[in-house]
Design a protein around this ligand. Structure first.
Ligand code: PGA
Length: 247
C-alpha cells in the first residue's frame, strides 16, 4: 500500500511572521493527529528558514513549491535543489498547473526537474491534470497520461517508489468545485496504470479539498492523500482536514 500524505501548498501566501503564527497554532494540534498520515507543508521560499526552525524535531515535513533543474548558474530569481536541502526540505512540488500556466513550466522542464530532484534526494510531488475544455472534449485521460509519461521519461523504474503524484483537475483548483471522488479515483487509476512501477507511489487528490470532503476521497482505493491549497492556510482547518483524512 502506498503511504498516506496530506500536503499543504501555501502558494504565494504567508510572510515569515505569519508562518510562525501558523505553526504556533498548528503544531500543538499536529501531535494529536492520526500518526499514520504524513503531514507536509510547502511554504514560500522566503518562509522556509522560519518553517524549518519551527518544524525541526516535529512530525511536520517541509516541501518547496518549485525549483530549477540546474544545481547552480545564471538563472536570476531561481532556486536550486541544494538550496532547498539546506533547510531540510524533503519534498518539492513540480509541474503545478499554475506554474505550467504562468511560469512557462512544460512537460520537458518538469521531466528535467524530476530527474534532478531524485538525484539530489528530494521527493518530487508531480502534479498533473486537465483543463475544463479538455474534460468537456473527453480528453482527460489522454492529458494526464501524456503528462505522467513525460514527467517520468527516462527515469529508472526503481526510482518511481521515491516519487509522489498529484491529480489536480485545473477546473477544481481554488474554485470550490471539487471533482466527484469516484471520478477522481477513476482518473487516478488511469494515472497509476499508465507507467509501470507506480504501484506503491502515493497519488494525492488536489482541487478544493477541505475538511468536509477529505473523507469521501480517502475512502477510495486509489486516493492516497491530498495536495491542499486554500484549506491548508488556516491551522485549525488544516488540522481538521488531516483528522478527516484518516482511513
Ligand atoms: P486548492 O488548491 O485546494 O485551493 O483548490 C490545490 C492546489 O492548487 O494544489
Amino acid at each position: 500500500m502506498p503511504r498516506t500524505i496530506i500536503a499543504g501548498n501555501w502558494k504565494m501566501h504567508k510572510t515569515a511572521e505569519e508562518t510562525g503564527a501558523f505553526f504556533d497554532a498548528f503544531l500543538p494540534r499536529a501531535a494529536a493527529l492520526p500518526p499514520e498520515i504524513e503531514i507536509v507543508v510547502c511554504p514560500p521560499f522566503t518562509a522556509l528558514a522560519l518553517a524549518a526552525s519551527r518544524t525541526n524535531g516535529t512530525r511536520v515535513r517541509l516541501g518547496a513549491q518549485t525549483m530549477h533543474w540546474e544545481l547552480e548558474g545564471p538563472f536570476t530569481g531561481e532556486v536550486s535543489a541544494p538550496m532547498l536541502l539546506e533547510f531540510g526540505v524533503a519534498y518539492v512540488i513540480l509541474g503545478h498547473s499554475e506554474r505550467r500556466a504562468y511560469c512557462n513550466e512544460t512537460d520537458r522542464t518538469v521531466n528535467w526537474k524530476v530527474s534532478t530532484a531524485l538525484a539530489q534526494g528530494l521527493t518530487p510531488i508531480v502534479a498533473v491534470g486537465e483543463t475544463l475544455d479538455e474534460r468537456n472534449a473527453g480528453q482527460t485521460d489522454d492529458r494526464v497520461i501524456a503528462q505522467t509519461r513525460a514527467a517520468f521519461d527516462g527515469i529508472a523504474r526503481n526510482l518511481l517508489d521515491r516519487v509522489v503524484l498529484a491529480y489536480e483537475p485545473i477546473w477544481a483548483i481554488g474554485t470550490g468545485k471539487n471533482c466527484d471522488p469516484g471520478e477522481a479515483n477513476r482518473v487516478m487509476t488511469v494515472i497509476r496504470e499508465c507507467v509501470s512501477g507506480l504501484d506503491r507511489t502515493p497519488i494525492l487528490y488536489g482541487g478544493s479539498m477541505k475538511a468536509e470532503n477529505a473523507g469521501a476521497y480517502m475512502e477510495r482505493p486509489n486516493v492516497n492523500g491530498g495536495l491542499v491549497g486554500g484549506a491548508s492556510l488556516d491551522p485549525a482547518g488544516f488540522a481538521a482536514l488531516v483528522e478527516n483524512a484518516k482511513v
